[in-house]
Write a protein that binds this ligand. Structure first.
Ligand SMILES: *Cc1c(COP(=O)(O)O)cnc(C)c1O
Length: 515
C-alpha cells in the first residue's frame, strides 16, 4: 500500500463497494495558517493616513500573523472542511444513545421567523409575548407527554437537565430537614453524565448491578436503599436498549425509603406518546429536545434539556419561568419559597424550543407515538437481521429503540470493536456507538431512529453482514488497517480530547507534530 505524507494510502487496500457518503478520498485539508501568507487579502481597503496616534504608545509592534487569503481560497477551505464532516444530511448515523434523527426543514424555517430568531433575552416582556407563549406551549406538551406537574425549560443540554433535576431534589431534601442524605444510586449501565452530576453536587455514588437480563436488579436497589440515600438516577429505556420492566416496583421502594426518583429521559424517543413516565412514579426527568424532538445536535451543540418535575419537586423548580396572568404572559425571575434559584443566564435555547414545538405539532399525538413505535420497529429489524452473525449479550426481550451487540462474535479474529468501527468508515457509514454501555465487553450500540427507510436499513444491514462475514473469514488486515478511505487514519482521539491544541504556534508546532 503506498502512502502519502499524511500517512493516507494513495491506493485503497481492497476494492470493495464505493463509499456511500461520497466523501472518500478527499485530501487532508491544511490549516488556513498553512495556506495563507501575508501578501494576500480577501478585501481591498484604501491606505489610511494617520496623523495623530491616539493609542498612547500601545500600538502593536509585531505583525498580527493572521493568514491572508483571497476570497476563493478562504471559501474553498471551508467548503472542503464541510465536506469532511459526516452529517445526518449526508448519511445514516447509527450512534446508539444519541438519537440522530432527521432534522425536518420545516423546523428550520420556523426557527428563522424574525419574531423568534431576532429577539433578545433582555427585551421587555411586553414585546416578546409570542415567544413566551411558545415556551409555555412547549412546556405544556412536555408535561402532558410525561404526566408531570411542572417543567423547568432553561437547562441547555441533557447533562445540564440532570444537574437541574438533582438540584431540585437536593433543595427538596434540605427543605424537609433531610440534607444529611448524601448517597445517589446509579445503575452500572448509566451514561457517564449521571454519576458525574451526582458527584458534582457533592453526593457519593453507589453503583447498582444489572441482572443477567441487562436490566436493573430490584433486589439490589432495595438492598442499597437507606436513610442516607437521596435519589436513584435510572435510565428508561436503559442504555442496553431495554425497558426497565420493574420500574414501578423500583419507584415504590425508592419513595418508601424517603428518596426521589430521577429518570434519565435521553431515551424518551422509544416511548414518547406511548408511555407517560409520570405514571411510572418518576420525580424528575430531563428530555433531550435535541434527540427526541429532532433539533440538530452533534459537534457539541446546541442542545436543550428541559426537566419535568413531579408535584413533590415542583416547588423547588428554578427561575425564571413563564406564568400566565390572564391574557398576559410574565417571566417570573424571583420567587419566595423553595426554588433552588437560577440555573443559567436567561431562559434557555429559543431556537431549539421553536424546532421542538414545530416537530410536535407537525406530528400530532398519533404521529409522535407512531415515530416512537417506528424507532422501536427499526431497531428490532436490525437486531433480527444481524443476530445470526453478531452476538447480542441480552437476548431475553425485544429491544426498544436501539440494539446492543458485544464483541464475542469477533473472538479469535484479532479484530476489535474499534477496528470493526473503522472498517465501517471505509464503507461510508458513520460507526455505531462503541464501548458504551460499559456493562458488556466491546459494546456496539446501534440506534437507527424512525427516520431511516427500509431501503437504508437494508443497505446498512448488508454492509454490516458483509463486514462480519469477512471478519470471521480471517481478513483481519482490512479491519486493523482501516480506515483507508478517510482523509486521516487512526487518530489519538483521547489525547485530542484531553490535550486539545487550540492555538497555532507556527513552525515550532509543525516540528513538534512531525516528531
Ligand atoms: C445523551 C445522553 C445524556 C446527556 O445528554 P447531553 O445532551 O449530551 O448532555 C445523558 N444520558 C443518556 C442516556 C444520553 O444518551
Amino acid at each position: 500500500m503506498s502512502m502519502n505524507t499524511q500517512g493516507r494510502p494513495t491506493a485503497p487496500a481492497h476494492t470493495g463497494s464505493v463509499s456511500a457518503s461520497g466523501s472518500a478520498l478527499l485530501p487532508s485539508e491544511p490549516l488556513l495558517f498553512e495556506i495563507g501568507d501575508h501578501d494576500h487579502s480577501g478585501v481591498d481597503l484604501p491606505d489610511v493616513e494617520i496623523n495623530e496616534d491616539r493609542l498612547a504608545g500601545l500600538r502593536r509592534k509585531t505583525p498580527l500573523d493572521l493568514p491572508g487569503l483571497t476570497e476563493p481560497e478562504a471559501m474553498r477551505h471551508y467548503v472542503r472542511l464541510s465536506r469532511q464532516n459526516y452529517s445526518i444530511d449526508s448519511g445514516m448515523y447509527p450512534l446508539g444513545s444519541c438519537t440522530m434523527k432527521h432534522n425536518p426543514r420545516l423546523n428550520e424555517k420556523m426557527a428563522r421567523l424574525p419574531g423568534f430568531a431576532d429577539i433578545h433575552p433582555l427585551q421587555p416582556v411586553s414585546t416578546v409575548q409570542g415567544a413566551l407563549g411558545l415556551i409555555e406551549q412547549l412546556g405544556h406538551w412536555l408535561m402532558e407527554l410525561t404526566n408531570t406537574a411542572a417543567v423547568a425549560m432553561s437547562p441547555k443540554a441533557g447533562a445540564h437537565g440532570e444537574l437541574c433535576g438533582m438540584m431540585a431534589i437536593k433543595a427538596a431534601h434540605e427543605a424537609k430537614g433531610q440534607g444529611h442524605r448524601k448517597v445517589v444510586l446509579v445503575p452500572e449501565s448509566a451514561h457517564g453524565t449521571n454519576p458525574a452530576t451526582a458527584a458534582f453536587l457533592g453526593y457519593s455514588v453507589k453503583s447498582i448491578d444489572a441482572n443477567e437480563n441487562g436490566t436493573v436488579d430490584v433486589a439490589a436497589v432495595k438492598a442499597a436503599l437507606s436513610d442516607d440515600v437521596a435519589a436513584i438516577m435510572l435510565t428508561n429505556p436503559n442504555t442496553c436498549g431495554l425497558f426497565e420492566s420493574q420500574i414501578i416496583e423500583i419507584a415504590q421502594a425508592v419513595h418508601d425509603a424517603g428518596a426521589y426518583f430521577y429518570c434519565d429521559g435521553a431515551n424518551f424517543n422509544a416511548i414518547m406518546g406511548v408511555v407517560r413516565p409520570g405514571d411510572l412514579g418518576i420525580d424528575a426527568m430531563h428530555i433531550n429536545l435535541h434527540k427526541t424532538f429532532s433539533t440538530p445536535h452533534g459537534g457539541g451543540g446546541p442542545g436543550s434539556g428541559p426537566v419535568v418535575l413531579s408535584e413533590a419537586l415542583a416547588p423547588f423548580a428554578p427561575v425564571p419561568f413563564v406564568r400566565r396572568n390572564g391574557e398576559t404572559l410574565e417571566m417570573i425571575e424571583h420567587v419566595e419559597g423553595g426554588s433552588f434559584g437560577r440555573l443559567t443566564a436567561f431562559h434557555g435555547q429559543m431556537g431549539m424550543y421553536v424546532r421542538a414545538l414545530t416537530y410536535m405539532l407537525s406530528h400530532g399525538k398519533d404521529g409522535l407515538a407512531q415515530a416512537a413505535r417506528d424507532a422501536v420497529l427499526n431497531a428490532n429489524y436490525i437486531k433480527a437481521r444481524l443476530q445470526d452473525l453478531f452476538t447480542a449479550p441480552f437476548n431475553g426481550q425485544p429491544v426498544m429503540h436501539e440494539v446492543l451487540f458485544d464483541d464475542a462474535f469477533l473472538k479469535g479474529t484479532g479484530i476489535s470493536t474499534l477496528d470493526f468501527a473503522k472498517a465501517m468508515i471505509d464503507e461510508g457509514f458513520h460507526p455505531m456507538t462503541m464501548y458504551f454501555p460499559l456493562v458488556v465487553h466491546g459494546a456496539m450500540l446501534i440506534e437507527p431512529t424512525e427516520s431511516e427507510s427500509l431501503h437504508t436499513l437494508d443497505f446498512f444491514i448488508e454492509t454490516m453482514r458483509e463486514l462480519a462475514t469477512d471478519a470471521k473469514a480471517g481478513n483481519a488486515e482490512r479491519f486493523t488497517a482501516a480506515p483507508v478511505r478517510a482523509p486521516l487514519r487512526r487518530l489519538d482521539e483521547t489525547r485530542a480530547a484531553r490535550q486539545p491544541r487550540l492555538k497555532w504556534q507556527g513552525d515550532a508546532q509543525a516540528r513538534q507534530a512531525a516528531q
